[in-house]
Design a protein around this ligand. Structure first.
Ligand code: ATP
Ligand code: MG
Ligand code: MG
Length: 347
């Protein structure tokens, strides 16, 4: 069987490795951090920094295709790998999702709506941005933010200096605050042959900036459901994408706005493990391998609940629920805010 290289050894890499091994593939994980969760289940792990060219070269030469489970891989490492093996999703998809300014410009450029936005890198540009976008608004670092980190709310113009200070000198984007009725996401996939398959939109609830639950079906109209799927397919085609993509959307009275995209399997797609014949992890591996995609249809209503930090202590009780599927990531320490596992409750 072929070998799949995965950059990043967190829980997403772990669940990709499990899906890949079920299809007869081996996974080689490249991860700078010690004892990565994916290392417990993968065929091979290389622990080295992204600057280690010899380790990266050996990694790339040992695999047939390379994918990744997180966005923030240094460009130089990708340049090196790309000379040796194909990378899916492609570099453009990655570059766009690494930078909120590029991401919003791309989305607007293909005709999709986002929150109003403007670049802000210093007090002068932030004041100019506030003059057009107004308050309330949110200032976000353009790069490296996740789980709501690197964001500051601006309720009134007086909050601007503190918000800018919270960016710690990093370039930022000001976004108008969206009064959404709910948040949904579409997990979508595109195969090597260009075929597209979308999972049913899920409804997401965040707590302290971190995803708390995803529930399917989302409580949205059939028309919005179609819109959401069409948006995801448009993004996939525009990027000539191969693999699974997560698209986060705000539901507003004027329709859907795209919040952000993630060029990988996505936390809000974990429900597919209990709701679909082919889940998002198998779907991603199928796409990379040039296999036919699963059709994404859903045979159950599901609630996915993240186990963050001490939530993991609830597992003995959750395990008594008759239709609850437990996923633990094998992480040693339950630090606050750390994703330790999730459960899928079939409703
Ligand atoms: P993730 O972990 O999903 O990558 P992130 O750190 O990249 O998160 P965002 O998805 O941009 O952050 O924002 C986190 C949450 O904050 C959103 O899911 C939403 O609830 C809220 N939020 C972000 N931007 C806006 C906005 N412009 N208007 C209203 N709420 C927002
Ligand atoms: Mg994000
Ligand atoms: Mg998000």
């Amino acid at each position: 069987g072929a070998t799949i290289g995965i950059l990043g050894g967190g829980q997403l890499g772990r669940m990709l490795s499990v899906a890949a091994s079920r299809l007869g593939f081996r996974c080689h994980i490249f991860e700078p951090g010690a004892e990565p969760p994916a290392g417990q289940v993968a065929w091979k792990v290389t622990t080295a920094p992204y600057e280690d060219e010899a380790a990266l070269t050996a990694f790339a030469e040992s695999v047939d295709v390379v994918t990744y489970e997180f966005e923030n891989i240094p460009t130089a490492a990708l340049d090196l790998i790309e000379r040796l093996r194909p990378i899916h999703p492609n570099r453009r998809a990655l570059a766009i999702s690494q930078d909120r300014l590029q991401e919003k410009a791309f989305l607007n450029g293909i005709g999709l709506s986002t929150a109003p936005w403007a670049a802000a890198e210093d007090m002068a540009s932030l004041e100019a941005a506030l003059a057009t976008i107004g308050t309330p608004s949110i200032l976000k670092t353009t790069r490296l933010g996740y789980d709501g980190k690197g964001q500051a709310r601006i309720k009134t113009p007086e909050d601007a200096p503190a918000a800018l200070a919270a960016m710690a000198g990093a370039p930022a984007v000001l976004e108008g605050f969206v009064e959404f009725s709910c948040e949904i996401s579409v997990i979508a996939a595109r195969g090597l042959d260009g075929s597209v398959s979308c999972f049913d939109p899920g409804e997401n609830v965040h707590r302290d900036g971190i995803l708390h639950t995803t529930t399917v079906p989302a409580r949205i109209s059939p028309a919005l459901r179609s819109d959401a799927v069409l948006i995801a397919a448009k993004i996939l085609n525009a990027l000539d994408y191969v693999g699974v993509l997560g698209v986060e959307l705000f539901v507003t009275p004027k329709g859907l706005l795209v919040n952000e995209i993630a060029p990988r399997v996505h936390n809000s797609g974990h429900w597919t493990q209990a709701g679909c014949t082919v889940d998002q992890f198998e779907q991603h591996i199928r796409a990379l391998a040039g296999w036919p995609l699963g059709d994404g249809s859903r045979y159950a209503d599901v609630e996915m609940l993240n186990l963050i930090g001490d939530d993991v202590a609830r597992v003995p009780v959750l395990a008594k629920e008759p239709r609850t599927q437990i996923h633990l990531y094998g992480k040693a320490e339950a630090k606050p805010g750390r994703k330790m596992g999730h459960v899928n409750r079939v409703l």
